[in-house]
Design a protein around this ligand. Structure first.
Ligand SMILES: Cc1cc2nc3c(=O)[nH]c(=O)nc-3n(C[C@H](O)[C@H](O)[C@H](O)COP(=O)(O)OP(=O)(O)OC[C@H]3O[C@@H](n4cnc5c(N)ncnc54)[C@H](O)[C@@H]3O)c2cc1C
Length: 411
C-alpha cells in the first residue's frame, strides 16, 4: 500500500481497529473508523475480564506512539514491576520475587485502554469516527477494494481494514468478497472465564500488589488472576474447566489458599460475569489467488486464541506494527496479509498448546507427554532459580522464544 494521501476505512473500533486507525491516521491518511457499537458507552468486547498487556505489546505500543507511556499509561494505570510486585504461584509453588531488568508492566480496566486510544484519535483531524454504524457489506471493483455498504449508503475507499473481532463473521466478509481457498484452523477449548471486581485493602500490608495462581502443563489449566486497576480496586478473573461452583468454593479448591484468604478479607463489588470460550481460530490466506488490493484483516477477525496467556492485544499490536511498516512500502495487500500469518505462527503455537494437548488423539499423546514433562521441568526449576523464572516471564511476555529454555540447560 502506498499511503501518501490515501484513504482507509477501518471496520470495527475494538483494540485492533483503534490502533490500526491511529497508525493510518498518523501517516496522514484520511481514515474513516466505523463501529456498530456506540463508542461513548463504556462497554468493549471482553472488557469485563481482567486484561494484561504483555511486555512485548507494551513495547510495541510505546514505539508506535512514543507519548503514550509518559502522557497516558503512567498517569492513569497501575505500574507493576512484574518480577517483584506480582506474586505468582505456579502449580508447584510460588515463584521467586526479585528486582530485575524485566521492568514494568501496567494493569488496567480494559475499557480505559480503549478510551485512551479514542482520545488520541480525536486529536487527528484526518480521522472520522462513525459510531453506531454497522457495515452491512463490502465492495470490490475487479482486483481492488472500493468500499463498504452501510444503511446510510456506501462509503468509498480503496483500502478497507477489517477488524471486526471474533464475533464479526470474517467468513461472511470473505464470502462477500468472493475470496476462496483460504485455510481455517479451529481448536476447541474446555475453559471458561469468570470475572468480577473486588474492593480490597489486603495488599496494603504486603510487599506485592497483585497475585496470580495458575496451573498448566501436567496439571490442567486452572487459576485466578487478581490485578489492581485503581487504589484498592482489583479485577479478578477465574479460569477453569468447571465454574459451576460459587466464587468462594472455586477458590477454596485452588492450589494455593491465598486467593480464598484475599476474597474473605475483601468485597466483591460487581456481579461475576462468565465467558464461555469456544476455542481458538485462525485463517491463513497464502493459497488465496484473488485477494483484493487494499483489503487487510487484522486482530481477532484474523486470529483469536484462548486468552490463557493474555496474548490477544499483543497479537493485534504485532499486526499493527507490521501495518506501520507496510504503509511505507509498495508491497501488495496480499503479501502483507501472508506476512502477518507468519508473524503469528509462534504466538499461535504457544497460545494453543494447552488446548491441543487436552484435545490430543491417542496417537498424538506421546508427543504431548514429552511436552508436559518439559513444561513441568521448566515450571519446577523456575521456583528455585531466578534465571529460569526470568526466562519464563520473558517467554510469556512474548519477548523470548520457548526454544530459548534450551540455552539455559533446563532440560
Ligand atoms: C475472557 C478474556 C480475557 C482476555 N484477556 C486478555 C488479556 O489479558 N490480554 C490480552 O492481550 N488479550 C486478552 N483477551 C483477548 C482480547 O480481548 C482480544 O484479543 C481483543 O479484544 C480483540 O480486539 P479486536 O479489536 O480484534 O476485536 P473486538 O474487540 O471484538 O472488536 C471488534 C469490533 O468490531 C465491531 N464490529 C463487528 N462487526 C461490525 C460491523 N459489521 N460493522 C461495524 N462494526 C463491527 C464490534 O462492535 C467491535 O467493537 C481476552 C479475551 C477474553 C475473551
Amino acid at each position: 500500500m502506498k499511503n501518501s494521501q490515501k484513504s482507509a476505512i477501518v471496520v470495527g473500533a475494538g483494540f485492533a481497529g483503534l490502533v490500526s486507525a491511529l497508525v493510518c491516521g498518523r501517516k496522514g491518511m484520511k481514515v474513516t473508523l466505523i463501529d456498530k457499537r456506540d463508542l461513548d458507552q463504556t462497554h468493549v468486547s471482553q472488557g469485563k475480564h481482567a486484561h494484561m498487556l504483555t511486555k512485548k505489546g507494551l513495547n510495541i505500543l510505546c514505539e508506535l506512539f512514543p507519548e503514550i507511556e509518559e502522557e497516558y499509561l503512567s498517569v492513569r494505570f497501575t505500574k507493576l514491576h512484574f518480577t517483584h510486585d506480582v506474586k505468582w504461584v505456579g502449580p508447584y509453588q510460588a515463584y521467586p520475587r526479585f528486582h530485575s531488568d524485566f521492568g514494568n508492566i501496567y494493569t488496567f480496566y480494559r475499557p480505559d485502554l480503549d478510551r485512551i486510544l479514542v482520545e488520541m484519535l480525536a486529536k487527528l483531524t484526518n480521522v472520522e469516527i462513525l459510531s453506531g454504524v454497522e457495515v452491512l457489506g463490502f465492495h470490490r471493483k475487479g482486483t481492488a477494494m472500493s468500499g463498504v455498504a452501510t444503511a446510510g449508503g456506501d462509503i468509498f475507499s480503496d483500502n478497507v481494514i477489517v477488524t471486526t473481532g471474533r464475533f464479526g463473521n470474517s467468513e461472511k466478509t470473505l464470502e462477500a468478497l468472493n475470496i476462496k481457498k483460504y485455510e481455517k484452523e479451529s481448536i476447541p477449548s474446555i475453559l471458561k472465564y469468570r470475572s468480577f471486581e473486588l474492593e480490597s485493602s489486603y495488599f496494603e500490608e504486603k510487599d506485592y500488589q497483585a497475585i496470580m495462581a495458575t496451573t498448566f502443563g501436567e496439571i490442567n489449566p486452572n487459576g485466578t488472576v487478581m490485578i489492581p486497576i485503581t487504589k484498592n480496586r482489583f479485577m479478578v478473573t477465574q479460569v477453569g474447566k468447571d465454574l459451576s461452583t460459587e466464587v468462594m468454593a472455586f477458590s477454596d479448591c485452588l492450589h494455593t489458599p491465598e486467593i480464598s484468604e484475599v476474597l474473605r478479607k475483601s468485597k466483591i463489588v460487581t456481579p461475576p460475569i462468565t465467558y464461555k470460550l469456544e476455542g481458538s481460530r485462525r485463517y491463513s490466506f497464502k493459497k488465496v489467488q484473488n485477494w483484493p488490493e487494499g483489503l487487510l484483516m487484522l486482530g481477532d477477525a484474523a486470529v483469536f486464541m484462548n486468552p490463557i496467556f493474555a496474548q490477544g492485544l499483543t497479537l493485534a499490536l504485532i499486526q499493527c506494527e507490521a501495518l506501520n511498516h507496510f504503509l511505507d512500502t509498495e508491497s501488495s495487500s496480499f503479501d502483507f496479509q501472508v506476512s502477518v500469518d507468519e508473524l503469528i505462527q509462534e504466538p499461535w503455537f504457544l497460545g494453543t498448546l494447552e488446548d491441543r494437548r487436552l484435545n490430543a488423539k491417542s496417537w498424538q499423546r506421546p508427543f504431548y507427554t514429552v511436552a508436559e514433562k518439559c513444561v513441568a521441568q521448566v515450571l519446577k526449576k523456575a521456583t528455585q532459580d531466578k534465571a529460569t523464572y526470568l526466562k519464563l516471564v520473558e517467554t510469556l511476555n512474548m519477548l523470548s522464544s520457548p526454544v530459548s529454555f534450551f540455552n539455559l540447560r533446563v532440560f
